[in-house]
Ligand binder design. Sequence first.
Ligand SMILES: *[C@@H]1O[C@H](CO)[C@@H](O)[C@H](O)[C@H]1NC(C)=O
Ligand SMILES: *[C@@H]1O[C@H](CO)[C@@H](O)[C@H](O)[C@H]1NC(C)=O
Length: 365
Amino acid sequence: MDSFIPLLLVVLISLAYCCVGQRKDSEEDGKLSFLAVGDAGGFNYAPYYTKNLENVAKQMGKTAKKTHAKFVIGLGDNFYWKGVKDVHDFRFNATFENIFRAPSLHRTKWYMLAGNHDYLGNVSAQIAYTKVSRRWHFPDFYYTTVHRIGGTCKTVQIVTIDTTLLCYKGGGIYPGKREQYRWLNEILRNSEADYLVVAGHHPVYSIGMHGSNVCLNDKLRPLLEKYDVTAYLSGHDHNMQHFKPLYSNVHYLVSGSASNHNQLQYNKHKVPLNSLRFFNGKTGGFTLLQATPRHLTVSFIGSHGKILHTEKIPPRKTRPCSKKNTKAPFIIEDFEDSVLGAFFGLQEDNELRQHQRERHTGMNG
Ligand SMILES: *[C@@H]1O[C@H](CO)[C@@H](O)[C@H](O)[C@H]1NC(C)=O
Ligand SMILES: *[C@@H]1O[C@H](CO)[C@@H](O)[C@H](O)[C@H]1NC(C)=O
């Protein structure tokens, strides 16, 4: 009888462990959640953020916690009005670290890319900040990462591009336009991901103030369609928009209302007929993406936590995965361009780029 109570305790404790463990697993396994936020650059005078940004950041913290978000994609215009000066710029604290304060947003990696406003300052300093911050991850002007959906062999590949370089400033001290195009073409062509997501600053389609981008329609859109890209994420116009042209499978999302938002619709007639599924410029917000083996659910979330729009996108047509695939060395969480480059034989390209950059640096110095 005496030994019965300790035994009962052991059983109860084991049960508790098992069930808590199981619940945790079922929340995280089979689903990969991540956020995207655009134009979070705050303001160029004290306090260096907007009320809207503060609300959006708070809400992102709540959503990241609830969904166990693994990472955030920053869609550019990270610092208004003129980017940062160097890696010690106080704006890294004033507009990023002190704003995205929630513990859940410290557990996530932040995959960053540059917007046009960042180019009014020093983008190399934003890249260099990767070594300063534990969460800020901006290894190069453009790069790619692959993430596995927990407990499955399904993958989500994020391809982070620099549309300012691709369409406007490429060449000189920066990687050239053709160089980035060639890299992007290779990465997309070789992707075996179940969901292939491309992220850049300028939108392909927009009815907002800036409107659809002619250069991206010429250069980028054909690649997205040809290689069956799941979604293209962008910012630049300060609103939330979702397009799905009837003639293609690609979903185009604009999420540029982290710091400011407006309802301007100057370019309503410059997008494909019946392609606009959703528009909101009334509130600030961000995007939640949740991948399961069956679909990628995209949701726009407003700065006060309301789900404004949501849609399920099917996976690409990829080879069915076997048990063997799960263990394949190249499917690991967070593997990056250098590894990808080696795997797809792109190392030479990277080296070439490195040489070119060293050469340019040498020329300048
Ligand atoms: C840009 O930032 C980097 C890193 O802090 C610094 O080394 C470089 O001198 C800066 N460039 C200019 C033009 O200020
Ligand atoms: C940013 O904040 C951290 C932590 O408070 C501090 O150590 C660092 O010196 C600050 N950086 C700048 C450039 O102000």
